[in-house]
Design a protein around this ligand. Structure first.
Ligand code: GDP
Ligand code: ADP
Ligand code: 5GP
Length: 208
């Protein structure tokens, strides 16, 4: 029997670094016990984004038919586009002992908490508004208009940080990555999971 994995919800204003931090965490561990959920979205793919890898890119009509088919665990409209996490596999992967990361906005986080109160939520903040704007510009993947729209929404998104279990300030990247790692490792050491993982050893330790 596997110790079940943890569902981690990660939110941040666009450009705060959540995608980079999650990707770096998965690369650091290179283990089969951590996965990031690939959302569906109706936004245009950015240069370099691959369908099925970064997102499942779908039309508005396809997205709406998925809603009708009750295919989403959560979905929300963000910056005028639809985003959603499909139900497929989440429960099965958690049962198989895999930690799942959801890179979703605060509206989605609220829906996930209602359905799965045991999920752990992490909010990532940039050190300042000026740095957030710099990161959005330096990423070089959104038009000036889209960046301006994302900056306007950033304050509203950031105001939701008190709803989250953990807060990470992404100033120095490696430090923020260590913080994220610490949260995940801590959850991997919970006694309930450890007792399942080390069942045989514990039996022997306590044998007469
Ligand atoms: P980025 O965060 O700047 O890279 O921009 P994205 O276009 O990838 O994401 C836009 C917003 O949608 C962010 O707030 C994401 O957290 C959110 N988002 C992405 N996928 C999902 C999803 O499946 N569900 C929900 N609710 N929000 C999502
Ligand atoms: P999000 O997924 O939250 O929108 P990204 O992970 O795409 O954010 O990061 C936005 C940009 O900022 C990227 O170009 C990324 O390389 C850069 N970035 C992320 N964290 C840091 C950091 N601590 N210092 C400097 N640049 C960063
Ligand atoms: P971007 O378009 O820059 O990739 O993402 C913009 C925002 O949409 C980010 O804040 C991201 O977290 C959010 N987002 C991405 N996927 C989902 C999703 O599946 N559900 C929800 N609720 N938000 C998402």
């Amino acid at each position: 029997m596997n110790a079940p994995g943890t569902l981690f919800i990660v939110s941040a204003p666009s450009g705060a670094g959540k995608s980079s931090l999650i990707a770096a965490l998965l690369a650091r561990h290179q283990q089969a016990t951590m996965e990031v959920s690939i959302s569906h979205t109706t936004r245009q793919a950015r240069p370099g984004e691959e369908n099925g890898k970064h997102y499942h890119f779908v039309s508005v009509a396809e997205f709406k038919s998925l809603i009708t088919a009750d295919a989403f665990f959560e979905h929300a409209e963000v910056f005028g586009n639809f985003y959603g996490t499909s139900k497929v596999n989440i429960q099965q992967r958690l049962q198989a002992g895999v930690d799942i990361f959801l890179d979703i906005d605060w509206q989605g986080a609220e829906q996930v908490r209602q359905q799965m109160p045991e999920a752990k939520s992490i909010f990532i903040l940039p050190p300042s508004q000026a740095i957030l704007e710099q990161r959005l510009s330096h990423r070089g993947q959104d038009s000036a208009e889209v960046i301006a729209q994302r900056m306007t929404k950033a304050r509203a998104e950031m105001s939701h940080y008190p709803e989250y279990d953990f807060l990470i300030i992404n100033d120095e990247f490696e430090k923020a990555l260590d913080d994220l790692d610490a949260i995940v490792r801590c959850h991997g050491l919970r006694r309930t999971g450890q007792a399942i993982r080390h069942n045989d050893m514990l039996k022997q330790l306590l044998a007469e």
